[in-house]
Design a protein around this ligand. Structure first.
Ligand code: GDP
Ligand code: IMO
Ligand code: MG
Length: 437
């Protein structure tokens, strides 16, 4: 059974969790491979709405084991809170959550450093979620992190390690003009969380390898999106991990050859939260309408999301970067009200036309999006199982412009509001550039 990878194709919030939840009905294991509590993954089941930040979005199915992979950065206190919140809502998580010993911890000083760094940047700030993500990954790269494995050490050793880290970081915080954190408090909170988390921590790689070898259905859940990737996104306006497909092997320990099916999640339009380039952004009434109809406010921070039109240039780049075998197109219902719908199919820089997403954001300076216009269908979606011909024509046009087949179309937040418009491919069978008719 090949591993299925779900990646965000745009700037995050594409509706990944909705699709993970849909696919997880047949899964045995769902594993998150990167990011931390910067993610906000929403699943709607009937009248209930769940917002996941650290726990994989497959947890609502009793047979699914959820793994928090080694590529993640995990705030232990936030994880305990999230698990308790699920239990309080009647979700039986017993024995179904595994946390990689390789995952790094997000500590209170990371959160404070995140805020301090944003404040220092002022106008030029990234617009982070303030969850301590960049400082935690920076410590990982500098080999100064605290890992889940450290929670398994003797209490005295762990305490000494944490106190040492706090001392160093407080020096840094004070140099930035910010008060340090209380070592006593950090240790107390961490030890309280540790009591709860210790039974969940293990080397999750053998578990995943066994699952793979025994033909279990394994689903990998990406957070954020390809255009926020630390290497391939709009650097420096990115997150600090690798949401794109390459990150899944690193962040789980599953071999790259295991990923045969890569489902790219794209909204039928585009959003971005935080700063940085967004060529197809619409600052006018259409952008506002997309925000209101799509309820485009952050799941994690509540910030209004910037809105604009589907960017086929960025989408094509995402398709090639991730080796996307199928697209799941979400929030098509949000376009129901529009008389005309635009799609950015190329960028113009002076006399030049750019048909790929550049590696350097400086090359996006002065870029003008070139739009194609499509007629709207002006028919409300009520969790339909078929689509109006013009909506289907729009979907087919996106397939062509994005150079990948669209297998699933989501027409509402609820679990049932989804249509399979093409049979999902079983494996990638090599790179493809054009959808089959
Ligand atoms: P994720 O981070 O990619 O999982 O996406 P978020 O959960 O942050 O944001 C997606 C939002 O859109 C959530 O509020 C979902 O409930 C909602 N949503 C998902 N799919 C659809 C859809 O097809 N139509 C509509 N109207 N809302 C959707
Ligand atoms: P999900 O998984 C959308 C954005 C932030 C900011 C940049 C860096 O729900 O799609 P960070 O806190 O990671 O250092 O912020 O990345 N960002 C997201 N945008 N969806 C997300 O997650 C995001 N996680 C981070 O807004 O621009
Ligand atoms: Mg989100």
């Amino acid at each position: 059974m090949p591993v299925t990878l779900v990646v965000g194709g745009q700037w995050g919030d594409e509706g990944k969790a909705k699709i993970i939840d849909y696919l997880a009905r047949d899964a045995d294991v769902v594993v998150r491979y990167q990011g931390g509590a910067n993610a906000g993954h929403t699943v709607v089941v009937g009248a209930e709405r769940f917002a996941f930040h650290l726990v994989p979005s497959g947890i609502l199915y009793p047979r699914v084991t959820c793994v928090l992979g080694g590529g993640m950065v995990i705030d232990p206190v936030a994880l305990v809170r999230e698990i308790d919140g699920l239990v309080a809502r009647g979700v039986d998580v017993g024995g179904r959550i595994r946390v990689s010993a390789q995952a790094h911890l997000v500590m209170p000083y990371h959160i404070r450093l995140d805020h301090a760094s944003e404040e220092r940047k002022g106008e030029g700030c990234i617009g982070t979620t303030g969850k301590g993500i960049a400082p935690a990954y920076a410590d990982k790269a500098a080999r100064e992190g605290v890992r889940m494995a450290d929670l398994q050490r003797k209490s005295a050793d762990l305490e000494a390690l944490v106190r040492e880290r706090v001392r160093e970081k407080n020096r840094l915080l004070r140099a930035m003009g910010v008060p340090g954190v209380s070592a006593r408090r950090v240790v107390a909170d961490l030890f309280a969380a540790r009591r709860r988390l210790l039974p969940l921590i293990s080397d999750t790689r053998p578990f995943l390898w066994d699952a793979l070898e025994h033909g279990r259905d394994v689903l990998c859940e990406g957070a954020q999106g390809s255009l926020l990737d630390i290497d391939h996104g709009t650097y420096p306006f990115v997150t600090s991990s690798s949401p794109s497909a390459g990150g899944a092997a690193i962040g789980t320990g599953l071999p790259p050859s295991a990923f045969k099916r890569v489902i790219g999640i794209f909204k039928a339009y585009c959003t971005r939260v935080g700063n940085g380039p967004f060529p197809s952004e619409d600052m006018g009434s259409d952008g506002n309408l997309l925000r209101e109809l799509g309820n485009e406010y952050g799941t994690t921070t509540g910030r209004p999301r910037r809105c604009g039109w589907f960017d086929a240039v960025a989408a094509r780049t995402s398709v090639r970067l991730n080796g996307i075998t199928d697209i799941a197109l979400t929030k098509l219902d949000v376009l129901d009200a529009f008389a005309h719908i635009k799609v950015c199919t190329a960028y113009r820089v002076g006399q030049r036309e750019l048909d790929y997403f550049p590696a350097d954001v400086a090359d996006l300076d002065g870029v003008k999006p070139y739009y194609e216009r499509f007629p709207g269908w002006k028919t409300p979606s009520v969790a339909r199982t078929s689509m109006p011909p013009r909506a289907m024509a729009y979907v087919r046009a996106l397939e062509e412009r994005a150079s990948s087949r669209i297998a699933l179309v989501s027409l509402g937040p609820e679990r049932s509001a989804i249509v399979q418009v093409r049979r999902a491919r079983k494996s990638n069978g090599g790179a493809r550039r054009r959808p089959s008719a």
